[in-house]
Write a protein that binds this ligand. Structure first.
Ligand code: ADP
Length: 151
């Protein structure tokens, strides 16, 4: 079975994330959206809320699972038998950042391949960071997040 882990903070899930997962569905048997935990990071939404938003968004999709994990993504992949890491690329800055992580992950576990999908041009401006800024100033985030993200 081809299992992919889509790792991230998802603070919160955006239409950009949703698009990557839906476009990757024909490629994999199962996609595990992995909510990573980093003790150095301060999150806007609790892990429970972030998980709820994702479950709500993909409730109709049997191939999509949600899980929380801590530690290295490659170790988590090994633990659940996933041979692929899925990531999205928006910009050249994303590419440089992602390239280094993918190569480090490959060095740590050569059995795990990182698969990149280039962002839909209509969604490449969307980031969780900007969505959080909009929320901070009571703006409307509905154009940028799936309907399942009910804040
Ligand atoms: P992280 O905390 O690891 O940066 P994010 O939750 O911000 O995680 O993003 C997870 C993944 O989703 C990353 O691969 C990121 O590049 C991708 N991503 C985020 N926003 C978009 C978007 N608008 N279009 C395509 N991919 C995106």
């Amino acid at each position: 079975m081809n299992i992919a882990v889509f790792p991230g903070s998802f603070d919160p899930l955006t239409k950009g994330h949703e698009s990557i997962v839906r476009r990757a569905l024909p490629i994999f048997d199962e996609i595990v959206i992995g909510i990573g935990y980093n003790s150095n990071k301060h999150y806007f939404f609790s892990q429970e809320r972030r998980e709820y938003f994702i479950k709500n968004t993909f409730a109709d999709e049997k191939k999509v699972k949600v899980a929380r994990y801590s530690g290295l993504t490659v170790n988590y992949c090994k633990e659940i038998g996933a041979r692929y890491i899925l990531r999205g690329l928006r910009t050249s800055a994303d590419y440089e950042f992602e390239r280094a992580i993918a190569q480090m992950n490959k060095a740590m576990n050569p059995d795990v391949e990182t698969v990149f999908l280039v962002s839909d041009p209509a969604l490449s401006h969307i980031s969780s960071t900007i969505v959080r800024d909009i929320l901070l100033y009571q703006g409307d985030i509905t154009p940028f997040v799936p309907a399942g993200v009910t804040v």
